[in-house]
Design a protein around this ligand. Structure first.
Ligand code: ATP
Ligand code: PRP
Length: 214
């Protein structure tokens, strides 16, 4: 049995077409079912649903043989021991710095002001501002980052941006693009050795589907 870890929502929805290209179907809809282990039409493949940030942990410790996770999560939480054979080019977005439209970010940086930065991505933000020589007070949040500058909690946020609609709806502007993000296949190295043939077949399925979508 091969166990594939996915997170509910965009990763699940954007991974399905890659599997479907090889005739693989997940037999339950996570939006309708409360089940966390979902069978597929392949007797030797099942999907487990975990939090997006937990996918690397499941794969690292063998709770799943492989998984799909954002590069942001991989960088932030570390990817020790994970084999990352493929960029699946799905769930594409970027990590950016955003501020209130009336906050002069360029001036604050130029003057060497200390910035209050709210983010879920503290490691990425810390590295980025350190590379610019900007001193920051980091405020760790777990969601709704956009609210922080609006309430005076922070001067800036570091968050994911795709269409820019969330920033726009909250009167924030993107002032720096830190890095482009997409989701990657991550593989448990021991599982790759122990279940070589079926694991290689599944990695090939993802490789072919990704190439076909490029
Ligand atoms: P958790 O539930 O663990 O807090 P999450 O709410 O961030 O995770 P998702 O919103 O499903 O989970 O995001 C999963 C991944 O999808 C992110 O790590 C990122 O790589 C990508 N992603 C997030 N938001 C977007 C977006 N608006 N457009 C495209 N890709 C995105
Ligand atoms: C993500 C991210 C931003 C938004 C950006 O949130 O945290 O808030 O997408 O996308 P946009 O630029 O296209 O508006 P998501 O929709 O995943 O909500 P969540 O963080 O609450 O899961």
């Amino acid at each position: 049995m091969i166990t594939l870890a996915l997170s509910k929502g965009r990763i699940f929805e954007e991974t399905l077409p890659l599997l479907a290209a090889a005739g693989i179907e997940v037999l339950e809809d996570p939006e309708k079912s409360r089940k966390l282990i979902l069978p597929t039409n392949q007797p030797d493949l099942r999907v487990v649903l975990v939090r997006a940030t937990d996918v690397p942990t499941y794969v690292q410790y063998g709770g799943a043989d492989l998984g799909v996770t954002g590069k942001d999560t991989l960088i932030e939480h570390g990817a020790q021991g994970l084999y990352q054979p493929l960029d699946l080019c799905i769930a594409q977005c970027r990590v950016s710095v955003a501020v209130r439209a009336d906050f002069d970010y360029a001036l604050a940086v130029k003057q060497g002001s200390r910035l209050k930065v709210a983010t879920k991505y503290t490691a990425i933000a810390r590295d980025f501002f350190a590379s610019k020589g900007v001193h920051v007070d980091m405020i760790k949040l777990y969601g709704s980052m956009e609210l922080a500058p609006l309430t005076g909690l922070a001067d800036a946020i570091v968050d994911l941006v795709s269409t820019g609609n969330t920033l726009k709806a909250n009167h924030l502007v993107e002032v720096e693009r830190i890095m482009d993000i997409s989701s990657h296949l991550v593989v448990n190295q021991a599982a790759l050795k122990l279940k070589q043939a079926p694991m290689r077949r599944l990695i090939d399925v993802f490789a072919r589907a990704t190439q076909a979508q490029a």
